[in-house]
Design a protein around this ligand. Sequence first.
Ligand code: XUL
Ligand code: CO
Length: 437
Amino acid sequence: MAAAFPEVSKIKYEGPSSRNPLAFRWYNESEMIEGKSMKDHLRFSIVYWHTFRGTGSDPFGPGTAIRPWDDGSPSVENAVKRVRVAFELIEKLGAPYYAFHDRDVAPEGANLTETNKIFDTVAKALKEEQQRTGIKLLWGTANMFSHPRFMHGAATTCNADVFAFAAASVKKCLEVTKELGGENYVFWGGREGYQNLFNTDLKREIDHLAKFFHMAVDYAKKIGFTGQFLIEPKPKEPTKHQYDSDAAACLNFLRAYDLLPHFKLNLETNHATLAGHTMMHELDYTGMQGALGSIDANTGDVMLGWDTDQFPTNYYLTTEIMLMLLKHGGIAPGGVNFDAKVRRESFEPIDLFYAHIGGMDAFAKGLKVAAAIRAEGEFDKFVKERYSSFDSGVGAEIESGKADFTSLETYMLQKGEVSPNKSGRQEYLENLFNRYL
Ligand code: XUL
Ligand code: CO
């Protein structure tokens, strides 16, 4: 097959002074940071859905993207051709991973049997390309939100047949993910949520969701799939209220239904901000509970309140993210997965390269800045000192469980008033952060 991007050769690192828009200025995959290569820290992954299936359509008009290799048909030949193009792009970018939904890579057939057969055919092509290039599958997932049958949800539907169809879809997708050596398996809630409580049995739906996840865990064990299960929180879109609304909601759900040993979270920046959190908050909150699995790297737009899935280019954001990944011991077996799409106006194939190069560079820069911040340890020192009253005396008794209300009252009655508070120094610390940037 002729190259889809003949004008682009393998993207190389040329350093910060490069003026070449098809080169990396920060992402130098073999550069060692904190004893590990940039490639191993970042574990970049390219998504199949936006990058190879996105057309640029929006609620106001059809797609604008020019994709000369894609005839737009739902044929198996077209799907296989797309696989070759996908791997050409991923290989030229030098990303070690990719991720897909079943329906991104393989179209549906007339019935489930045919659909599964088509999926196997395309999976064979994916496997060939993985072997040819060494590119690996970060995660697979089943699309249980696009087809009209999933209008009321998949695992949280009111229709038992739909639940069964969803189970069959995840079963098959787990098998294919295992066959392709997928290192994780993701559940993003899709239509698992509600628009109105007047027609919704909230408890029954959430119980069903837990049952579904237990079935997935059991089946993974049965077939020997050892990848990490991940849940991807999002508060709204497509439903008004998504059950997996944020990290705290997901972790509470997982703990309540004895699923926490089997799942971690896949956190996405634009989902965090839709939930009214920063990505840094979601990462730290999840990391402190040992549940940080992977990230979907993108960004929203401060002026827009929906999931715009833009490529991340803001060094401040990527530094915050990398600070959290380094703090919580890295992201493996997860990765930095670009769940991001080029704008509708960026309709030419070459825009796919500019977008990913920018995202990869922004994360590489963020990694370098985060490592520099950690090397000097100013923030850590400040935080440690801020809580130092808990290191000894009454504070240490509180932390060790020796203190109770009575002993604390006795202590305070003797002392009469608290020791003076110290400044939080937010502005000083924000200035310090900018010094590294
Ligand atoms: C939707 C979203 C999904 C998941 C995979 O907002 O982020 O693409 O990442 O289903
Ligand atoms: Co996502």
